[in-house]
Design a protein around this ligand. Sequence first.
Ligand code: HMG
Ligand code: MG
Length: 310
Amino acid sequence: MMATALAGLPEKVSIYEVGPRDGLQNEKAVVPAGVKAEFVTRLADAGLRTIETTSFVHPKWVPQLADAEELLSVLPRSPELRYPVLVPNERGLERALANGVTEIAIFGSATETFARRNLNRTVDESIAMFAPVVDRALAEGLWVRAYVSMVCGDPWEGDVPVEQVVSVASRMMDLGCSQLSLGDTIGVGTPGRVTALIEALGATGVGTERLAVHFHDTYGQALANTLAALRAGVTVVDASAGGLGGCPFAESATGNLPTEDLVWMLDGLGIDTGVDLAKLVATSRWMAGHLGRPSPSRVVQALSPGSETS
Ligand code: HMG
Ligand code: MG
């Protein structure tokens, strides 16, 4: 299909791939570190340049990612590949630094309930936990991203007001983070809400050059929300190969925006991502084989006649 441009969109979009971390963290059966390493390597070979690989969180909280050290020790390094990891606290940062990490992400919540369930902290306590992490990371020359979860709604608290999200996000960015990723963790958002949130953040000084968007496809809104964010000026989009994902601490969270669905839309709009869709689809089909079920991505399914798991 010929690409057809649409006015008001960026020429280039950077995809921040979260499959190995956000995608796999919810899988019950532990995926061996060797398979994870091959997953990351294949994603890089498909043209993804930023791949969130794992988390330095408590291994009892996320057993799937307890092999963070082992995984990082076998991943191929190259100056053009960025491998950010999730770090919640100083203990996590120690582990990350000991393993040669140069990019980290702290992850806060716009709501009190999810902060407690995900971090065992109130919102205030979690920001107090992040502050020394960011200070030390910056002193060590690391790049730091801040995630804010539940930016459109929360399974326990319902709708989350824009001002509440802006307040938590500003406090996290004030710690000194370079990028803010807006997480619609349970996928309830719609394009008007996304646009309003981006505008409200801009009005408080967090402009689109520092924003990324992180959508889940629970209600089928992830691509519509992405398009709204691109129109508002965002150029970094989080996605998960094959649509893997969910969140072990938020039951109504289903898969992330599938990277393939995103690339299909951006290819169709003539927007450069550097990603080879055929290689990416082959990677997700291979991973689906390891996980024992087909990928939920519509594009992976459409480009996999016959069988998705071969
Ligand atoms: P806690 O139980 O309050 O921990 O958990 P603590 O600070 O009381 O420490 C207890 C023990 O854990 C201590 O050991 C620490 O050393 C150890 P002890 O002295 O008793 O022997 N410990 C650690 N060990 C290894 N690595 C660490 C670590 N930290 C403490 N980093 C904690 C607090 C933050 C650690 C815990 O709640 C945790 O690990 N949470 C992470 C949960 C998680 O990863 N959730 C999924 C993230 S996905 C998300 O947030 C959404 C996102 O994807 C965006 C979206 O989708 O919208 C980003
Ligand atoms: Mg996610």
